[in-house]
Every structure is written in C-alpha cells, then in structure tokens.
Design a protein around this ligand. Structure first.
Ligand code: HEC
Length: 271
C-alpha cells in the first residue's frame, strides 16, 4: 500500500513538473524550458550568433544584425589604432611628448597596418615607414633582445648574420637562407622593410604578427639596429646613438643602391 502511494506521488510530481517546466514564451512570460543550456549552448564567443526562438528577445534578422561587428564611425580612429605611417603622432602618443594636458595613450598591441601583402605594398611600406615610433631606450632594447632571441635568432642568428641554429653548417636543416641583417642592403633599409617582414613574413619565413604585439615588433627592430651598429663598431642605445645617420649607414646606402655589375650580353639574343 505504502509503495503504491509513493509511486503515485512521484508520478504526480513528474507530470506537474512536465507541465510547469515546458511552456513557451509569449506576452509577459519568459517561458520555461527544462535545462535549456543542455540543448542550446550559450555562445560565450564574441560575435557568434546562436539564435533560439524560446530564449531571445528579437527576430532572427535583428539578432543577425546585432551580432555582427559594426563598422567604426566614419572619420574616427579607435584608440591605439593609428596607422604606423603617422609616426609623428604615434610618437607623441606613445612617448608622451604631446603638449598641454594631453595624455599618453598606450598602444593596445593591435595597431592597424595599412599595407597589403604584395611586392608593391612592401615597397610602399619601405618608402613610407622610415622611423621607429618606439623611443630608443635601454628597456626597449632589452625587451627587443629577449624577443629577438626567442623568435628570430634560431634562423637569423644571435648576431643577426643569418647564421642561426636551423641553418648551421654542421647539420642545419632549414632549406632557405635567412637574411643577413649585417649586410649593407639591410643597414641601408628603412624600418618599414623590417616591420613589413614581421607582419607578413617573406617566402619561406612566416608572419610574426600574431607572436609580437605592436610595441614588441618595434622593440625587436630596435634590437636588430643595435646588432647592425655593433657590426660597425658603433653605438645604438639610449645614452648614445652613433649609428643612425652615420657615415656607415650612408656608405651602406650608397653601396646597396649602386647599379649591379653589367651582365654580359647573351649570345642567343635575337638581332
Ligand atoms: C624559421 C626561420 C626564420 C625565422 C624564425 C625568422 N625568419 Fe626572417 N627570414 C627567414 C628567411 C628564410 C628569410 C629570407 C626570405 C627571402 O628573402 O626569401 C627571412 C627574411 C627576413 C627579412 C628580410 C626581408 C626582406 O625584405 O628581404 C627580415 C627583415 C626578417 N626576416 C626579419 C625577421 C624577424 C624580425 C624575425 C623574428 C621576429 C624573423 N625574421 C624570424 C627565416 C626566418
């Protein structure tokens, strides 16, 4: 008898639960659903649209529209997203040299880069990006050294001479020759060449845009410059910079822009 009553009450509880739990939303009712998060996952990822009729507050079209990233307001630049070609402004924002009561705005690591991944754009970057927006400080150099050693030295070598571990003479397996930054060509190159390579890589070298933040990329470039200065027995540090604009750099510019040796005329040229 007791058993029957127990079963009966359990049944009543379940039937009641069944009717209470699952009622659709409508009017002022939010509706009920038994364990909704088991059948409809809550989208924790940004901009992921998981539309479900029973727990949403708008039409599907509305949610589609709201869950898509919106374009920035015309004529505005998000904080920390100045193009790197606006170097003078970048400098004042990062290094706090703005006048008056302007505040220093730390870069957020995702500064927009308005150059595409083509040869033409590489050349444009080289022409337009001619200065390092990060101030040359011992701290920047130290960070640059650390990041260079982690990310670049395995190929480009601790000295920047292109003789890293992966291409070592006794058993290096890397199939391509990494650039030797101590060559005139690279000493003469503008900062844009280095920055562009970090953003997109080049041929066998992959991009490091996702490994290094905006400031870190420029720290690494400072460090590469210091390696170049070392190779010329010059100084490139916070205290003393005898490298930038030095005779060695001018000579390198001259040497790397000299026309290549004339090619001997080929014998099968059509006359
Ligand atoms: C896995 C090996 C490898 C690593 C790691 C690597 N590079 Fe390279 N890098 C190369 C190779 C190979 C080339 C030559 C590409 C070519 O010219 O075909 C190159 C070329 C370059 C160039 C010259 C591009 C030009 O304009 O000719 C720069 C600048 C450069 N790398 C910077 C870096 C920096 C900075 C890092 C670290 C953040 C780095 N590389 C990490 C392999 C590497």
């Amino acid at each position: 008898m007791k058993m029957k009553t127990t079963l009966y009450s359990i049944a009543v509880i379940f039937i009641t639960l069944f009717f209470i739990q699952c009622s659709p939303a409508g009017g002022n009712e939010t509706g009920h659903e038994y364990m909704p998060d088991m059948s409809h996952s809550i989208a924790y990822e940004a901009n992921v649209n998981s539309y479900y009729y029973y727990h949403s507050w708008g039409s599907k079209e509305e949610i589609d529209r709201m869950s898509t990233p919106r374009k920035p307001v015309k004529g505005t630049i998000a904080r920390g997203s100045l193009p790197s070609s606006a170097n003078h402004m970048m400098d004042s924002m990062m290094n706090g040299s703005l006048n008056g009561n302007a505040i220093r705005i730390p870069m957020n690591g995702s500064v927009a880069y308005y150059y595409g991944n083509t040869e033409d754009e590489r050349n444009r970057a080289m022409k337009e990006i001619v200065a390092n927006p990060v101030k040359l400080t011992d701290a920047a150099l130290a960070k640059g050294k650390n990041l260079y050693t982690i990310n670049c030295a395995i190929c480009h070598g601790d000295l920047g001479d292109g003789a890293g571990y992966l291409v070592r003479d006794d058993g290096g397996k890397y199939p391509a020759q990494p650039a030797n930054f101590l060559k005139d060509d690279f000493i003469a190159s503008s900062e844009g060449r280095f920055y562009h390579s970090i953003m997109y890589g080049k041929n066998m070298m992959g991009s490091y845009a996702d490994k290094l933040s905006y400031e870190e990329r420029w720290d690494v470039i400072h460090y590469i410059r210091s390696l170049q200065a070392n190779s010329k027995k010059l100084k490139y540090s916070e205290k003393e910079n005898t490298f930038s604009g030095s005779q060695a750099v001018l000579d390198a510019k001259k040497a790397s822009s000299a026309p290549a040796a004339p090619v001997a005329p080929s014998s099968n040229v059509k006359k």
